[in-house]
Write a protein that binds this ligand. Structure first.
Ligand code: NAD
Length: 260
């Protein structure tokens, strides 16, 4: 479906971003990976999916808190693959604390990585998309772009911000072939959430399974984690011709979290 298209997925060495990269590769796209940690492992997994369709896999180590590195990543993708047709803004971090205890450097890092980076990738990638009359920008926001939770001030502020940024970018490009949308997951069991499960298990002296059950029971009525593969299927739908007129949505995949 996406043969001949080229994608950047920020923060794709693990979790949701890796799921997005795998699905895009399987759909035939060239994929530029980004993120820290097990780069070789992520690259090997995505390359295995690409193999059958002849897509290429590449990696850029841009730190999403650094605008100059972000711009260099977009230019590297254009140089290597000839274009950035699909941009998945996914890189993100979390920190949990009350506002009065929130470390200032964590606030700055969350706003930079979870929000500002999407402005910088879009700013760099949009001119090429518009010139080629086709583009898909998918911002991985969160239910926390729609509702709040205590102790997540920076994260909720950044995610509400990216939902707003998505709407503005969608409107600015509404008469072009470039669509801009956000996906708003509820709980997905990735390393980012596993840390919160571990913290709960430790502070309440309960098992990891019980901590997971409690986490879901508090917010997610389905009592099931959303999976990266489910989110990737929605991203593929947004990239399909059926997605041509989906513009500026913040589409929750949250087991009923925001229906309450
Ligand atoms: P994760 O920790 O598994 O993955 C985060 C990715 O971002 C990794 O590849 C990491 O290396 C990368 N990253 C972190 N800082 C970076 C930086 N400065 N520069 C470049 N890359 C960086 O987390 P995840 O749960 O897969 O989260 C991915 C996105 O999904 C985030 O934006 C997160 O807010 C959002 N999200 C997650 C959940 C959830 O329940 N897991 C729910 C809603 C939204």
């Amino acid at each position: 479906m996406l043969k001949g298209k080229s994608a950047i997925v920020t923060g794709s060495t693990s979790g949701i971003g890796l799921g997005m990269a795998l699905a895009l590769a399987k759909a035939g796209a060239n994929v530029m990976l980004n993120g820290f940690g097990d780069v070789a492992g992520a690259k090997a997994q995505v390359a295995a999916e690409s193999a059958a369709f002849g897509g290429k896999v590449s990696y850029h180590g841009a730190d999403m808190s650094k605008p100059a590195e972000i711009e260099a990543m977009v230019r590297a993708c254009e140089a290597e693959f000839g274009a950035v047709d699909i941009l998945v803004n996914n890189a993100g971090i979390q920190h949990v604390a009350n506002i009065e205890d929130f470390p200032v450097d964590r606030w700055d890092a969350i706003i930079a990585i979870n929000l500002n980076s999407a402005f910088h990738t879009m700013r760099a990638a949009l001119p090429g998309m518009k010139a080629r009359h086709w583009g898909r920008i998918i911002n991985v926001a969160s239910v926390h772009g729609l509702v709040g939770s205590a102790q997540k001030s920076a994260y909720v502020a950044a995610k509400h911000g990216i939902v707003g940024l998505t709407k503005v970018a969608a409107l600015e490009n509404a008469t072009t072939g470039v669509t801009v949308n956000a996906i708003c997951p509820g709980w997905v069991l990735t390393p980012l959430v596993q840390k919160q499960v571990d913290a709960r298990a430790e502070s309440l002296k309960i098992s990891n399974d019980e901590a997971k059950r409690q986490l879901l029971a508090e917010k997610q009525p389905s009592l099931q984690f959303t999976t990266p593969a489910e989110l990737a299927e929605l991203a593929l739908f947004m990239c399909s011709p059926a997605g041509d007129n989906i513009r500026g949505v913040a589409w929750n995949v949250d087991g009923g979290w925001t229906a309450q």
